[in-house]
Design a protein. Structure first.
Length: 349
């Protein structure tokens, strides 16, 4: 190829090179989502299963015998002190009327014997009555007074049993089960209905004894429900392990209204001594065979590939060991298709 042909070829390729460079400059930056690496004191975590329960969940029993005349419908909301069932009290009212009549008779006898004693005392003062008569009158008067007290106690007991024919709610809640139906006869202590307090809830979880040293009341733990995580404080730690399962119980505050009673949840409990480390969201890790790396956005909004090793798991985060510092912007979405040196834009969605 002679000199003039080479010059002509270079000149003919110049538009193609210029077009390619222009195309590279005009290529739009790829949108990515980032989160910052965190340096803090963390502990390794162990995920355990838990259940949302009510702090007040009871099967309410009858306090007296009788036939059921009314039971609240399932789903009824009752306040503390409201009736959830009623028992027929007609026989008790008849017993009350009979006891009140007996009391009135005894009071009449008391009045008569008191008058008789006063007359005998006057006669005894003039030696016209024997001492034995006076003692007998005094004894009968005392016995009548004691019978009046017994009658008053009997009346109080009947009134109490009449009051107990209304089965009252010991706490506010919802009737979730009717154990008996109208017309059934119940004995004292028989279950009538199940009442559940839906306002005061907590999470009950079983944890292995190996993590007992790292859990304390008041500490915040992650709770996962339907793939959403939130923080809740530990309210109680029951330091008694089961000799079969080697588990102990932990109670956690259920502060999310979306957690209805019976909902399954997962709780991240600490399982090691806290130590300072750098952690990133798990979504920031890119796995390629045996290689693990993260894509970091530098000050020029360009992606950098940083090889790392992983450490302990921290719920939604994981410890990373490598050239990652606190505050580094780690790509958590869109990093798989990004190449090192590629320009990116930060997306909020």
């Amino acid at each position: 190829m002679n000199r003039y042909m080479k010059i002509a070829l270079v000149v003919s390729l110049l538009p193609v090179v210029c077009w390619a460079q222009g195309a590279e400059k005009q290529a739009p930056a790829s949108p990515v989502k980032v989160e910052k690496a965190q340096r803090d004191t963390f502990s390794a975590t162990l995920w355990v299963s838990g259940t949302v329960i009510s702090q007040n969940d009871a099967r309410i029993a009858a306090e007296t015998d009788g036939r059921i005349t009314w039971v609240a419908d399932v789903g009824s909301r009752v306040e503390q002190g409201e009736a959830i069932a009623r028992i027929d009290a007609e026989d008790l009212r008849l017993d009350l009327a009979d006891s009140e009549a007996q009391l009135a008779s005894l009071k009449s006898q008391l009045k008569y014997r008191d008058s008789s004693l006063q007359r005998l005392e006057k006669l005894a003062a003039s030696n016209n009555a024997a001492a034995t008569q006076l003692d007998e009158a005094q004894s009968q008067l005392d016995m009548t007074r004691q019978e009046i007290k017994r009658a008053e106690v009997a009346i109080a007991q009947i009134k109490r049993r009449i009051k107990q024919t209304e089965v009252l709610a010991p706490f506010p809640g919802i009737v979730v089960e009717r154990v008996v139906q109208v017309g059934e006869f119940v004995n004292r202590g028989a279950q009538v209905a199940r009442l559940v307090d839906t306002e005061h809830r907590e999470i009950r979880a079983q944890a292995p004894l190996t993590v007992a040293n790292w859990i304390r009341e008041g500490m915040q733990v992650s709770v996962e429900h339907q793939k959403r995580e939130s923080l809740s404080p530990v309210t109680y730690v029951i330091p008694v392990g089961d000799d079969r399962s080697r588990m102990f119980e932990v109670r956690i505050e259920a502060n999310d209204p979306a957690w209805i009673i019976g909902s399954p949840v997962r709780i991240a409990l600490p399982s090691s001594e806290p130590r300072e480390l750098v952690a990133i969201p798990r979504d920031g890790l890119v796995l390629r065979g045996d290689t693990i790396y993260v894509m970091r956005v530098n000050s020029d909004n360009k992606a950098e590939k940083v090889s790392v090793k992983t450490g302990i798991g921290l719920g939604g985060f994981v410890e990373v060991i490598g050239n990652v510092e606190q505050g580094d912007r780690i790509i958590t979405r869109g990093g798989e298709r990004i190449q090192a040196g590629q320009l990116v834009t930060i997306s909020d969605s």
